[in-house]
Design a protein around this ligand. Structure first.
Ligand SMILES: [Zn+2]
Length: 181
């Protein structure tokens, strides 16, 4: 994991704090500008707290798992030749699965959780839902352009991972009518 402020060079190109936390498959690193978490509270109304940060890191590590298991690669292949709207739907599946993996991680770390931690994660997941962000930024929502899922979906998949701890229940693609080959 690389913590940065302002700007950073990665195998996926250069990034600024405005890009938010992300995972770069090219160098298999998670990049985080910690000021993002201030924004999450001040601009997007999340509760904040240490477990909000833990959720975001776990989500990004979820993308690392998807890279290792080949899920990300298969998804990108399927996206070739798709309309943008369809490709976005697959991207939503990938993002929701990363939320699910974050929940599974939390499940196996229950012994470290404090009162209110799961609420912090859910509040962050709510704040970064596409519908929440779009209605804040542009005053209306365009579901065709969603790439990460709605607030409800993001909370749903985190909670499912947390309650089951069962990786096999995280096939978000199948759930929304796709099959990755
Ligand atoms: Zn993501």
């Amino acid at each position: 994991m690389v913590l940065f402020s302002d700007a950073v060079e990665t195998a996926c190109g250069s990034a600024t704090a405005a890009s938010g936390p992300f995972y770069c498959p090219g160098d298999k690193k998670v990049y985080m500008d910690l000021r993002f978490f201030e924004e999450l509270k001040t601009r997007f109304g999340a509760k904040g707290g240490d477990f909000a940060i833990a959720y975001v890191i776990a989500h990004e590590v979820g993308h690392h798992i998807q890279t290792i298991t080949g899920t990300s690669g298969k998804m990108r292949q399927m996206q070739q030749g798709m309309s943008q709207t369809e490709a976005n739907k697959l991207s939503v599946c990938l993002e929701l699965q990363a939320d699910f993996y974050a929940g599974v991680w939390a499940h196996y770390n229950k012994q470290y959780l404090e009162e209110g931690d799961i609420d912090e994660a859910l509040s962050a997941a709510h704040a970064v839902g596409d519908d929440a962000i779009q209605s804040k930024m542009q005053g209306h929502v365009q579901p065709d352009t969603f790439t990460h899922g709605t607030s409800e979906q993001r909370k749903y998949w985190f909670k499912l991972g947390f309650s089951t701890g069962d990786v096999s229940q995280g096939d978000t693609f199948a759930k929304y009518g796709y099959s990755l080959r």
